[in-house]
Design a protein around this ligand. Structure first.
Ligand code: ATP
Length: 404
């Protein structure tokens, strides 16, 4: 557990100190207007805590992909306005194209305890994504302490997530980050059992390392979605024109054997909803049929888990104490092919367990079904949460100061 034994914002003495906070203000913008401020709201607990405890709060974030140049349409200026409304206090925006420039330095110099300054988009600087020493040092020169609250970029070693920690006295996780570590980190490293993992989505290739890691950790591994057909093929079944990654059939055979060796129950779809072809457009009305998974006709395409599978998966979820889910069970963008994903979402919402969703499509499915408030934790970072499930160390977490 040592790798998660990191200081949190409450372990720091922040009174009167300059605290640089890496937030995730990567919000959707349309013509300079923020269309969804969820990420700004999510950052408020950490910012508010720092204000209330007399810190001088210097915020930074990336926004979009300016690729090392100052793109005015990716300025964080609109975020400063919205943040100021949400906090009910002035947020001084330091509009330097070089991020740490004369405006930022003067604004920080003039700060009083409880003041808030927002720096310009860190990715205006080409050095940011290279974790270069010079920009890390510039960021660090503004602050005494560093707090990372941007889980979505925790799997990247950048100046504003990792490099900067070398140039401040102490670094700690913010509330958002601490919550991700508590739920995702603990679920995988130290789960209350039975521990059930559900993987879906399009391709086996995207989740090779996740499957391998979870076969060492989970009691039951459920595989649905497009990736299940390569496993069914590995079992020698006809899978028709379903999604297949031919180059991964042997890998899937190996994983089936590994599950048996490790005593892990590996559940695959026992029946499948098929169509003649992939719907075009994706939400077009389609003609569906259901076949057992070993009887898929050669000219049909598997699109969703069937009713028997929904029950099988729901049963496994019902008996679990910890469940982690990443990836839809079928082509859920089409309402006729969304029943499998919905069934898993419902089972998770109804289960008496710690339920964790790894972001992306599965989070969207749970939100649209109105089940979000019955899930213990919905991760804010798709890529970062997958790396957690792979058992990798996330540089943005590793770089924080260890607890005493
Ligand atoms: P995200 O990070 O967005 O959550 P993910 O890991 O959840 O991604 P992806 O690998 O991106 O999942 O796969 C999601 C896509 O998989 C969806 O667009 C869905 O339509 C598609 N998909 C699911 N089942 C099938 C299937 N049987 N055949 C083809 N595509 C499928």
């Amino acid at each position: 557990m040592a790798k998660f034994n990191k200081k949190t914002v409450e372990d720091l003495d922040v009174n009167g100190k300059r605290v640089l906070v890496r937030c995730d203000f990567n919000v959707p913008l349309k013509e300079g207007v923020i269309t969804d401020d969820t990420r700004i709201r999510a950052a408020l607990p950490t910012i508010q805590y720092l204000i209330n405890n007399g810190a001088r709060v210097i915020l930074c974030s990336h926004l979009g992909k300016p690729k090392g140049t100052a793109k005015p349409e990716l300025s964080l200026a609109p975020v400063a306005v919205r943040l100021s409304e949400l906090l009910g206090k002035d947020v001084c925006f330091a509009a330097d194209d070089e991020v740490v420039g004369p405006n930022a330095k003067a604004a920080v110099e003039a700060m009083k305890d409880g003041d808030v300054v927002l720096l310009q988009n860190t990715r205006y600087r080409a050095e940011e994504e290279k974790n270069a020493e010079n920009f890390s040092e510039e960021l660090g020169s503004l602050a005494d302490l560093f707090v990372n609250d941007a889980f979505g970029t925790a799997h990247r070693a950048h100046c504003s997530t990792v490099g900067v920690t070398k140039f401040v006295k102490e670094s700690a996780n913010g509330y958002l980050m601490a919550k991700e570590v508590e739920f995702l980190g603990n679920a995988v490293e130290n789960p209350v059992r039975p521990f059930v993992c559900i993987l879906g989505g399009a391709k086996v290739a995207d989740k090779l390392a996740v499957i391998e890691n979870l076969l060492n950790k989970a009691d039951t591994l459920i595989i649905g979605g497009g990736m299940a057909y390569t496993f069914l093929k590995a079992k020698g079944y006809e899978i028709g024109t379903s999604l297949l990654d031919e180059s991964k059939v042997d890998y899937c055979k190996e994983m089936l054997a590994r599950a048996e060796e490790n005593g892990v129950k590996l559940l695959l779809p026992v029946d499948t909803v098929v169509t003649k072809a992939f719907p075009e457009p994706i939400d077009a009305v389609v003609e569906t049929e259901v076949y057992d998974s070993d009887k898929i006709p050669a000219d049909k395409m598997g699109m969703d888990i069937g009713p028997k599978t929904r029950e099988l998966f729901a049963d496994a979820i019902k008996n679990a104490k910890t469940v982690v889910w990443n990836g839809p069970m079928g082509v859920f963008e089409n309402p006729q092919l969304a029943e499998g994903t919905k069934a898993v979402a419902r089972a998770l919402a109804e289960a008496d367990c710690t339920s964790i969703i790894g972001g992306g499509d599965s989070a969207a499915a749970v939100n649209s079904l109105g089940f979000a408030d019955r899930i213990t934790h919905i991760s804010t970072g798709g890529g970062a949460s997958l790396e957690f499930l792979e058992g990798k160390e996330l540089p943005g977490i590793t770089a924080m100061t260890d607890k005493d």
